[in-house]
Structure formats: C-alpha cells, structure tokens
Design a binder for this molecule. Sequence first.
Ligand code: HEC
Length: 210
Amino acid sequence: MMGCLSVGANSFAPSACVVRMNSHLRVVVIVAVLVQLSGCEKAMRNMYEQPKYKPLAASALWPDGQSARPLEPGVVAHGAGVPAAASSGRRGELPAASVKPPVTLETLRRGRERFDIYCAPCHSVAGDGDGMVVRRGFPRPRSLHAEPLRRAPDAQLFDAITAGYGAMYPFADRIAVPDRWAIVAYLRALQLSQHARLGDVPAAERNELK
Ligand code: HEC
C-alpha cells in the first residue's frame, strides 16, 4: 500500500494501485490453479490405471484361472449368422434352412395373409412387382415369377425376408420365423399358380380343365 501512496502526485496512481493489487491476486490464483492441476494429474493417473484384464490374461478370480469367460448360450459371433450373411456378401450356409416346418393348408393360408400384408404393397398380390408403393415411385423389384426366383432354394427366399435384399428392408424384426416360412410356402404356391402344367392337377379334376 505504501508503494501506491508514494506516487500520489500521479493522477494515474489509483489505477496503478489497482494493477498492483491485481498482480498479487494473480499470483494467488496461479498458485491455486497449480494446486488444483496437480489434483487433476492425480485423477488422470487413476484413469490410466484402471483395474482391468488385458485380453486372455490370467486371473485368480475363476477356478479355470482365465479372465476370458465362456460365451453365454445363444451368443452369435459378429462374423457369423444372418447379420454376417447380410453384411458380407452372403458367404457360407444360409442359417435357417434346417428348421423349415412342414407345409400345411393352414400354413399356406397364414402365408397368404402375411404376404398380402407385408409384401404385396411392393410386390403386388400377384407377385409381379406392380404394388402400390412401386406405383408411387419405389424401385420396382423383378417379378417373383422370374425364372431365377422360381429356381431359387426356399432358404434364399427366407433369407431375403430376414435380411432384406438391396433396396428392400429386412423384415426380421416384424415377421416371426414360422411366418417367414409360411410366406415362403405361399410364394411357392403363387409361383406354381403361374406355371402349373396339366399334369400337376389331380387326375379326377383334369377333365374339368380340358
Ligand atoms: C417396400 C417395398 C418392398 C416390400 C414391402 C417387400 N419387398 Fe421384396 N423387394 C423389393 C425390392 C425393391 C426388391 C429388389 C431390390 C433390389 O434389387 O435392390 C425386392 C427383392 C425381393 C426378393 C429378391 C428378388 C430377386 O431379384 O432376387 C425377394 C425374394 C423378395 N423381395 C421377397 C419379398 C417378400 C417375401 C416380402 C414380404 C415379406 C417383400 N419382399 C417385401 C421391395 C419390397
């Protein structure tokens, strides 16, 4: 304070005094910040040193001495199953082919109902790809009666429903597995309806068609 008063003749003295006090304050603030920062450094070190296992490290915690635990039942590896088939160019086995249920009239009825709900808006009830959504501008799928699709295995059609196909979005989250198979069964019936031969008709009813 003495220093401030001794320059009293100077009209700038009061502001010089303020500056001087500020510089004291500044030292206090800097010291305080440094103290705080050293605390930060401690906190950061704590984050570096997290208690965790490196992959495949040993551990005394479990009887088998390994930190890596066995997978839960039902876990699907990232590079396997339906998601991998959809994202990697469809390599390998189509997964669900083995669980195809038997086809009954009830299945076909269910499949027709589900097809008309979920598929006909684009593929049309006849399957030729002239659905209402397509008429409004969605990309037109080729006819489900096209030769390659008549020859395609059931699992391929199932997979298209499950994982989607190009512009067509996947239906796995809204059509349950049995219903997907029911739709596939109905698709087969739909295809047959456009390509049936007289020989496919039971002999008893053949004469009516002649
Ligand atoms: C929103 C419109 C839309 C709906 C709904 C839709 N699809 Fe598709 N689907 C398409 C389009 C478009 C393609 C062709 C995609 C491409 O080539 O990029 C396609 C392709 C397909 C294919 C493969 C055809 C091929 O050329 O190999 C099959 C099989 C198929 N759809 C079946 C179905 C079934 C079964 C359903 C109902 C569960 C369904 N789709 C629902 C638009 C749709």
